[in-house]
Ligand binder design. Sequence first.
Ligand code: GTQ
Ligand code: FE2
Length: 368
Amino acid sequence: MTTESKLNSPEMEEFYNDLAGMNMDALWHHNFPSQTAAEKSAPYQPCRWLWKDIEPMIWRAGDLVQPGPESHRRVIQLKNPGLAPMPGATHTLVLALQLVYPGEVAPSHRHTPTAIRFMLKGKTVTMVDGEPITMNPGDLVLTPNWTWHGHTNETNEPAIWIDNLDVPIVGALKAGIHEDFPEGLDPSTKMPDESFRRFGSGHLRPIKSKKAELISPLHSYPWEQTHQALHELASVEADAFDDVALEYTNPTTGGHVLPTLACQIQMIRPGVHTKAHKHSSSAVFHVYKGSGHVIVDGVKIAWKEGDFFSLPPWCNHEFVNDSNSEELVLYSSTDQPVFEALGLWHELAYEKNGGHQEVVATYEERYG
Ligand code: GTQ
Ligand code: FE2
Protein backbone atom coordinates (compact mmCIF):
# COMPACT_ATOMS: atom_id res chain seq x y z
CA MET A 1 0.00 0.00 0.00
CA THR A 2 1.40 3.40 -0.91
CA THR A 3 0.16 6.59 0.61
CA GLU A 4 0.82 10.05 -0.73
CA SER A 5 3.54 11.98 1.19
CA LYS A 6 2.24 14.86 3.27
CA LEU A 7 5.73 16.33 3.78
CA ASN A 8 5.09 19.36 1.58
CA SER A 9 1.38 19.70 2.25
CA PRO A 10 -0.40 22.76 3.65
CA GLU A 11 -1.40 20.63 6.68
CA MET A 12 2.30 20.05 7.43
CA GLU A 13 3.04 23.80 7.21
CA GLU A 14 0.17 24.39 9.60
CA PHE A 15 1.51 21.64 11.90
CA TYR A 16 5.00 23.29 11.95
CA ASN A 17 3.44 26.66 12.74
CA ASP A 18 1.31 25.23 15.53
CA LEU A 19 4.34 23.47 17.01
CA ALA A 20 6.39 26.67 16.89
CA GLY A 21 3.61 28.51 18.69
CA MET A 22 3.98 26.04 21.57
CA ASN A 23 7.83 26.04 21.66
CA MET A 24 8.07 22.66 19.95
CA ASP A 25 9.50 21.43 16.67
CA ALA A 26 9.55 18.32 14.47
CA LEU A 27 12.92 16.61 13.92
CA TRP A 28 12.20 16.01 10.23
CA HIS A 29 11.56 19.74 9.72
CA HIS A 30 15.35 20.29 9.54
CA ASN A 31 18.29 18.62 7.86
CA PHE A 32 19.82 15.92 9.99
CA PRO A 33 23.64 16.33 10.21
CA SER A 34 25.04 13.68 7.92
CA GLN A 35 28.77 14.18 7.50
CA THR A 36 31.06 11.17 7.63
CA ALA A 37 34.51 11.54 9.21
CA ALA A 38 36.00 11.66 5.70
CA GLU A 39 33.68 14.53 4.73
CA LYS A 40 34.36 16.56 7.88
CA SER A 41 36.37 19.69 7.17
CA ALA A 42 37.80 22.56 9.18
CA PRO A 43 35.03 24.77 10.64
CA TYR A 44 37.32 27.84 10.64
CA GLN A 45 40.77 28.87 9.44
CA PRO A 46 44.13 27.98 10.95
CA CYS A 47 46.16 30.96 12.14
CA ARG A 48 49.86 31.73 12.46
CA TRP A 49 51.50 34.41 14.62
CA LEU A 50 55.15 35.37 14.06
CA TRP A 51 57.42 36.09 17.02
CA LYS A 52 58.75 39.16 15.22
CA ASP A 53 55.19 40.59 15.40
CA ILE A 54 54.40 39.36 18.90
CA GLU A 55 57.54 40.44 20.74
CA PRO A 56 57.28 44.23 20.18
CA MET A 57 53.64 44.06 21.37
CA ILE A 58 54.74 42.37 24.59
CA TRP A 59 57.23 45.18 25.29
CA ARG A 60 54.60 47.82 24.46
CA ALA A 61 52.22 46.13 26.91
CA GLY A 62 55.07 46.32 29.43
CA ASP A 63 55.15 50.12 29.05
CA LEU A 64 51.38 50.54 29.17
CA VAL A 65 50.06 48.40 32.01
CA GLN A 66 51.10 46.92 35.34
CA PRO A 67 49.93 43.59 36.75
CA GLY A 68 47.81 43.95 39.87
CA PRO A 69 45.15 46.62 40.28
CA GLU A 70 45.54 47.84 36.65
CA SER A 71 45.11 44.40 35.12
CA HIS A 72 44.84 40.92 36.63
CA ARG A 73 47.62 39.87 34.33
CA ARG A 74 49.81 41.56 31.68
CA VAL A 75 48.76 39.19 28.94
CA ILE A 76 48.53 39.44 25.16
CA GLN A 77 46.08 36.96 23.61
CA LEU A 78 46.61 35.39 20.18
CA LYS A 79 43.15 35.47 18.60
CA ASN A 80 42.18 33.45 15.55
CA PRO A 81 40.29 35.84 13.19
CA GLY A 82 38.20 32.87 12.06
CA LEU A 83 36.57 32.88 15.50
CA ALA A 84 36.05 36.63 16.02
CA PRO A 85 34.81 38.04 18.35
CA MET A 86 35.72 35.02 20.52
CA PRO A 87 39.09 35.27 22.31
CA GLY A 88 40.40 31.81 21.41
CA ALA A 89 43.17 30.58 19.14
CA THR A 90 40.85 27.61 18.53
CA HIS A 91 37.18 27.26 19.56
CA THR A 92 38.28 25.56 22.81
CA LEU A 93 41.76 26.95 23.55
CA VAL A 94 43.02 30.33 24.64
CA LEU A 95 46.65 31.02 23.77
CA ALA A 96 48.45 33.98 25.29
CA LEU A 97 51.79 35.44 26.33
CA GLN A 98 52.47 36.90 29.75
CA LEU A 99 55.19 39.36 30.78
CA VAL A 100 56.35 39.93 34.37
CA TYR A 101 59.13 42.47 35.00
CA PRO A 102 61.70 42.17 37.80
CA GLY A 103 60.16 43.09 41.14
CA GLU A 104 56.58 42.74 39.92
CA VAL A 105 53.89 40.55 41.45
CA ALA A 106 50.91 39.25 39.49
CA PRO A 107 48.65 38.77 42.55
CA SER A 108 47.06 35.44 43.41
CA HIS A 109 43.60 34.44 42.37
CA ARG A 110 41.78 31.25 41.51
CA HIS A 111 39.29 30.38 38.81
CA THR A 112 37.55 27.42 37.23
CA PRO A 113 39.41 27.68 33.92
CA THR A 114 42.69 25.77 34.00
CA ALA A 115 46.02 27.11 32.77
CA ILE A 116 49.22 25.50 31.54
CA ARG A 117 52.37 27.61 31.31
CA PHE A 118 55.34 26.98 29.05
CA MET A 119 58.29 29.19 30.00
CA LEU A 120 60.08 31.08 27.24
CA LYS A 121 62.42 33.72 28.66
CA GLY A 122 63.80 34.62 32.09
CA LYS A 123 62.86 33.05 35.39
CA THR A 124 59.85 33.41 37.67
CA VAL A 125 58.24 31.78 40.63
CA THR A 126 54.60 30.79 40.25
CA MET A 127 52.76 29.97 43.47
CA VAL A 128 50.35 27.05 42.99
CA ASP A 129 48.22 26.49 46.12
CA GLY A 130 51.11 27.57 48.31
CA GLU A 131 53.77 25.65 46.38
CA PRO A 132 56.47 27.99 45.02
CA ILE A 133 57.39 26.64 41.59
CA THR A 134 60.43 27.95 39.75
CA MET A 135 59.91 28.34 36.00
CA ASN A 136 62.96 28.35 33.72
CA PRO A 137 62.91 28.31 29.90
CA GLY A 138 61.34 25.11 28.53
CA ASP A 139 59.69 24.22 31.86
CA LEU A 140 56.01 23.39 31.89
CA VAL A 141 53.88 24.35 34.92
CA LEU A 142 50.25 23.46 35.66
CA THR A 143 47.84 25.71 37.51
CA PRO A 144 44.87 23.34 37.73
CA ASN A 145 41.32 24.62 37.97
CA TRP A 146 40.50 26.34 41.30
CA THR A 147 44.11 26.35 42.59
CA TRP A 148 45.32 29.69 43.99
CA HIS A 149 48.06 31.04 41.76
CA GLY A 150 50.15 34.17 41.28
CA HIS A 151 53.51 35.04 39.76
CA THR A 152 56.63 36.91 40.90
CA ASN A 153 59.90 37.78 39.25
CA GLU A 154 62.77 38.14 41.69
CA THR A 155 65.50 38.28 39.04
CA ASN A 156 66.97 41.17 37.04
CA GLU A 157 65.53 40.01 33.70
CA PRO A 158 61.98 40.22 32.33
CA ALA A 159 60.12 36.92 32.23
CA ILE A 160 57.86 35.80 29.36
CA TRP A 161 55.85 32.63 29.09
CA ILE A 162 53.00 31.00 27.17
CA ASP A 163 49.58 30.60 28.79
CA ASN A 164 47.25 27.87 27.49
CA LEU A 165 43.75 28.00 28.96
CA ASP A 166 40.48 26.11 28.53
CA VAL A 167 38.37 29.28 28.94
CA PRO A 168 36.04 28.59 25.96
CA ILE A 169 35.24 25.09 27.28
CA VAL A 170 34.45 26.37 30.77
CA GLY A 171 32.49 29.23 29.17
CA ALA A 172 30.40 26.85 27.05
CA LEU A 173 29.46 25.02 30.26
CA LYS A 174 28.64 28.36 31.99
CA ALA A 175 31.02 27.23 34.74
CA GLY A 176 33.25 30.31 35.00
CA ILE A 177 33.98 31.35 38.61
CA HIS A 178 36.77 33.72 39.68
CA GLU A 179 38.02 34.77 43.12
CA ASP A 180 40.83 37.19 44.01
CA PHE A 181 43.16 36.47 46.91
CA PRO A 182 42.84 39.33 49.44
CA GLU A 183 46.28 40.75 48.74
CA GLY A 184 49.46 39.91 46.82
CA LEU A 185 50.67 36.34 46.49
CA ASP A 186 49.04 33.57 48.51
CA PRO A 187 51.55 32.54 51.21
CA SER A 188 54.00 29.74 50.70
CA THR A 189 52.76 26.70 52.65
CA LYS A 190 54.78 24.02 50.84
CA MET A 191 58.41 23.31 50.01
CA PRO A 192 59.67 24.92 46.80
CA ASP A 193 58.80 22.54 43.92
CA GLU A 194 57.25 20.13 46.44
CA SER A 195 55.11 18.31 43.87
CA PHE A 196 58.22 17.62 41.80
CA ARG A 197 60.00 16.28 44.88
CA ARG A 198 57.13 13.82 45.35
CA PHE A 199 56.28 12.84 41.79
CA GLY A 200 59.02 14.24 39.56
CA SER A 201 60.64 10.95 38.62
CA GLY A 202 57.51 10.08 36.65
CA HIS A 203 57.75 6.35 37.31
CA LEU A 204 58.27 6.18 41.10
CA ARG A 205 55.18 7.00 43.19
CA PRO A 206 55.20 7.73 46.94
CA ILE A 207 53.60 4.60 48.41
CA LYS A 208 50.79 6.30 50.32
CA SER A 209 49.78 8.66 47.49
CA LYS A 210 46.38 8.22 45.89
CA LYS A 211 46.18 6.30 42.66
CA ALA A 212 44.49 7.68 39.55
CA GLU A 213 43.94 11.31 40.49
CA LEU A 214 41.80 13.29 38.04
CA ILE A 215 44.26 16.19 38.05
CA SER A 216 48.00 15.65 37.99
CA PRO A 217 49.51 16.07 41.49
CA LEU A 218 52.78 16.91 39.72
CA HIS A 219 52.78 20.61 38.83
CA SER A 220 56.15 21.17 37.18
CA TYR A 221 57.91 19.44 34.30
CA PRO A 222 61.47 20.77 33.95
CA TRP A 223 62.98 21.21 30.50
CA GLU A 224 66.14 19.23 31.24
CA GLN A 225 64.08 16.07 31.86
CA THR A 226 61.80 16.73 28.88
CA HIS A 227 64.72 17.29 26.52
CA GLN A 228 66.52 14.17 27.66
CA ALA A 229 63.36 12.06 27.30
CA LEU A 230 62.88 13.35 23.72
CA HIS A 231 66.36 12.27 22.74
CA GLU A 232 66.05 8.89 24.46
CA LEU A 233 62.82 8.25 22.55
CA ALA A 234 64.37 9.44 19.28
CA SER A 235 66.91 6.65 19.58
CA VAL A 236 64.21 3.97 19.48
CA GLU A 237 60.99 5.07 17.76
CA ALA A 238 59.06 7.74 15.90
CA ASP A 239 55.41 8.28 15.02
CA ALA A 240 54.21 8.55 11.41
CA PHE A 241 52.16 11.72 12.11
CA ASP A 242 54.13 13.43 14.90
CA ASP A 243 57.66 12.02 14.57
CA VAL A 244 59.31 11.91 18.02
CA ALA A 245 56.51 12.99 20.35
CA LEU A 246 55.95 12.79 24.10
CA GLU A 247 52.88 13.70 26.07
CA TYR A 248 53.31 15.30 29.50
CA THR A 249 51.47 12.93 31.87
CA ASN A 250 49.69 12.76 35.18
CA PRO A 251 52.09 10.39 37.02
CA THR A 252 49.21 8.69 38.89
CA THR A 253 47.48 7.58 35.68
CA GLY A 254 49.99 7.87 32.85
CA GLY A 255 47.20 9.81 31.09
CA HIS A 256 46.58 13.46 30.30
CA VAL A 257 47.78 16.03 32.83
CA LEU A 258 44.35 17.62 33.19
CA PRO A 259 40.72 16.71 32.44
CA THR A 260 40.37 19.42 29.78
CA LEU A 261 43.88 20.02 28.46
CA ALA A 262 46.75 17.86 27.31
CA CYS A 263 50.15 18.98 26.16
CA GLN A 264 53.06 17.52 24.30
CA ILE A 265 56.58 18.14 23.19
CA GLN A 266 57.73 16.80 19.87
CA MET A 267 60.85 16.77 17.80
CA ILE A 268 60.64 16.67 14.04
CA ARG A 269 64.10 15.33 13.32
CA PRO A 270 66.32 16.94 10.64
CA GLY A 271 64.91 16.29 7.16
CA VAL A 272 61.79 14.49 8.43
CA HIS A 273 58.43 15.01 6.68
CA THR A 274 55.55 13.34 8.58
CA LYS A 275 52.37 11.88 7.11
CA ALA A 276 49.09 13.81 7.27
CA HIS A 277 46.04 13.06 9.40
CA LYS A 278 43.06 14.91 10.84
CA HIS A 279 41.15 14.54 14.09
CA SER A 280 38.34 15.94 16.20
CA SER A 281 40.60 17.78 18.64
CA SER A 282 42.13 21.19 18.02
CA ALA A 283 45.58 22.33 19.11
CA VAL A 284 47.94 25.26 19.47
CA PHE A 285 51.64 24.97 18.64
CA HIS A 286 54.81 26.90 19.45
CA VAL A 287 58.15 26.48 17.70
CA TYR A 288 60.52 26.15 20.64
CA LYS A 289 63.58 25.41 18.51
CA GLY A 290 64.41 25.18 14.81
CA SER A 291 62.37 25.99 11.75
CA GLY A 292 60.24 24.26 9.18
CA HIS A 293 56.68 24.25 7.94
CA VAL A 294 53.33 22.62 8.46
CA ILE A 295 50.94 21.82 5.61
CA VAL A 296 47.32 22.36 6.66
CA ASP A 297 44.61 21.40 4.19
CA GLY A 298 47.06 22.04 1.34
CA VAL A 299 48.27 25.40 2.68
CA LYS A 300 51.99 25.66 3.45
CA ILE A 301 52.59 27.52 6.69
CA ALA A 302 56.26 28.34 7.28
CA TRP A 303 57.44 28.91 10.82
CA LYS A 304 60.61 29.69 12.72
CA GLU A 305 61.73 29.66 16.31
CA GLY A 306 59.29 31.62 18.48
CA ASP A 307 56.32 31.44 16.08
CA PHE A 308 52.86 30.13 16.98
CA PHE A 309 50.17 28.31 15.06
CA SER A 310 46.61 27.17 15.82
CA LEU A 311 45.17 24.01 14.29
CA PRO A 312 41.37 23.83 13.99
CA PRO A 313 39.66 20.44 14.22
CA TRP A 314 39.35 18.25 11.12
CA CYS A 315 42.27 19.80 9.17
CA ASN A 316 44.68 17.47 7.48
CA HIS A 317 48.12 18.43 8.74
CA GLU A 318 51.69 17.22 8.30
CA PHE A 319 54.97 18.55 9.70
CA VAL A 320 58.23 19.22 7.85
CA ASN A 321 61.66 20.05 9.24
CA ASP A 322 63.32 22.11 6.48
CA SER A 323 66.80 21.67 7.95
CA ASN A 324 69.01 18.64 7.42
CA SER A 325 71.05 19.34 10.55
CA GLU A 326 68.92 21.15 13.17
CA GLU A 327 66.05 19.61 15.10
CA LEU A 328 62.60 21.24 15.05
CA VAL A 329 61.05 21.18 18.53
CA LEU A 330 57.35 21.95 18.92
CA TYR A 331 55.42 22.51 22.13
CA SER A 332 51.65 22.06 21.82
CA SER A 333 48.49 21.99 23.88
CA THR A 334 45.20 20.34 22.91
CA ASP A 335 41.60 19.76 24.01
CA GLN A 336 41.90 16.02 23.28
CA PRO A 337 41.09 14.91 26.89
CA VAL A 338 37.58 16.36 26.54
CA PHE A 339 36.91 14.37 23.38
CA GLU A 340 38.25 11.17 24.93
CA ALA A 341 36.31 11.61 28.17
CA LEU A 342 33.09 12.02 26.18
CA GLY A 343 33.88 9.21 23.74
CA LEU A 344 34.02 11.69 20.85
CA TRP A 345 37.60 11.23 19.69
CA HIS A 346 38.03 10.41 16.00
CA GLU A 347 41.16 10.36 13.90
CA LEU A 348 41.58 9.74 10.19
CA ALA A 349 44.81 9.20 8.27
CA TYR A 350 45.22 10.96 4.93
CA GLU A 351 45.41 8.07 2.48
CA LYS A 352 46.14 9.68 -0.88
CA ASN A 353 49.60 10.20 -2.35
CA GLY A 354 51.46 8.15 0.28
CA GLY A 355 49.94 10.26 3.09
CA HIS A 356 51.20 13.61 1.79
CA GLN A 357 48.99 16.49 0.70
CA GLU A 358 49.58 18.53 -2.41
CA VAL A 359 50.56 22.12 -1.55
CA VAL A 360 48.09 24.45 -3.29
CA ALA A 361 48.92 27.78 -1.62
CA THR A 362 51.13 29.42 0.98
CA TYR A 363 49.71 30.94 4.17
CA GLU A 364 50.45 34.43 2.81
CA GLU A 365 48.57 33.73 -0.46
CA ARG A 366 45.56 32.24 1.31
CA TYR A 367 45.22 34.40 4.40
CA GLY A 368 47.27 37.52 3.60
O1 GTQ B 1 48.34 33.82 34.86
O2 GTQ B 1 46.62 33.57 36.14
O3 GTQ B 1 46.66 34.30 30.26
O4 GTQ B 1 44.25 34.12 35.14
C1 GTQ B 1 44.70 34.48 31.57
C2 GTQ B 1 44.10 34.42 32.81
C3 GTQ B 1 46.82 34.07 32.61
C4 GTQ B 1 47.11 33.79 35.03
C5 GTQ B 1 46.06 34.29 31.47
C6 GTQ B 1 44.86 34.19 33.95
C7 GTQ B 1 46.23 34.03 33.84
FE1 FE2 C 1 44.85 32.92 36.58
